[in-house]
Design a protein around this ligand. Sequence first.
Ligand SMILES: Nc1ncnc2c1ncn2[C@@H]1O[C@H](COP(=O)(O)OP(=O)(O)OP(=O)(O)O)[C@@H](O)[C@H]1O
Ligand SMILES: [Mg+2]
Length: 303
Amino acid sequence: MIEAKSISKFFSVINEKGIAEGLTAVLNVSLTIPDGKIVSLLGPSGCGKSTFLEILAGLQAPTDGTIHIDGKLVLEPLPATRKEQIAYRRRYRFISPLANGVFQDRPKHDIAMIFQDYAVFPWMTAVQNVEFALKLRNAGRRGNGRLKRAELTEKAHFYLHKVGLSGFSNKYPSQLSGGMRQRLALARALSVEPKIILMDEPFAAVDALTREKLQDELLRLWAETASYGEHITIVLVTHEVQEAVYLSDEVIVFSPGPGTIRNSIPIEAKRPRARTDPALVEIQERIFAMFQYDINQEAEYSI
Ligand SMILES: Nc1ncnc2c1ncn2[C@@H]1O[C@H](COP(=O)(O)OP(=O)(O)OP(=O)(O)O)[C@@H](O)[C@H]1O
Ligand SMILES: [Mg+2]
């Protein structure tokens, strides 16, 4: 279970006049994501979705608030007051503040993240990309949990096959189409058999038809994960209303920046779902109406 309590993130930025300004990217976000669910974070560009997802992954420390995954703290907030700073320095004397998770019992390899610009390494072939993720996982394990060289390659091929890329294992990302690159990123995330996959706009760079196909593949792969225990949990960032409603058990709507939760909408329709299901369409319309209202409100304020 993922539990976020009052997460806020402030950045200080230099404005065009050269003066430092505060920017609130995420404001007081609290949510609970139960195991095995697909949850979408939906919101307009710049509302802090990526920032929040990175905080969930432990890649950025929040300014305030805590994230617990299965009861374990992900990354503690950075110190704010002078007193906190002194205590913090004393505790983490030898390492950078952002590495404070290293010495904590945090769930390191249970999470896989797919970034907004599908970060696959261009200098590695498809199979090498997947092997690399497995090698990283090996590095964090001792003894029996480690995969041998041959097992590693076998597993990499297994996951490439799962996402329909068996014929492309020796191709470099530049030789793949956008959709294939996206599948490669997915294979790499799945290969480490995580409990949670965090996806940042995974299908943004492909055309509408490919997008629908990838969505269905994602649902198929998610359904398959139930065969070795529980479903994995997927947290997906998107700004496509239809995508969020079609895929998710719950849609969390963010307000236009600073990112706070505007509404959270459970979607109970059974899977497999039809995209034209009137119940889903009704929810989509409700969300669109909400966005419309927000935009109008903003327009009123700016006059
Ligand atoms: N490292 C940073 N330093 C300063 N400001 C930042 C930093 N990272 C993000 N921001 C700001 O925080 C806000 C939220 O950014 P974020 O990338 O989380 O938005 P987003 O919802 O993912 O947008 P998009 O849908 O366009 O990807 C933006 O105003 C952005 O300029
Ligand atoms: Mg983003």
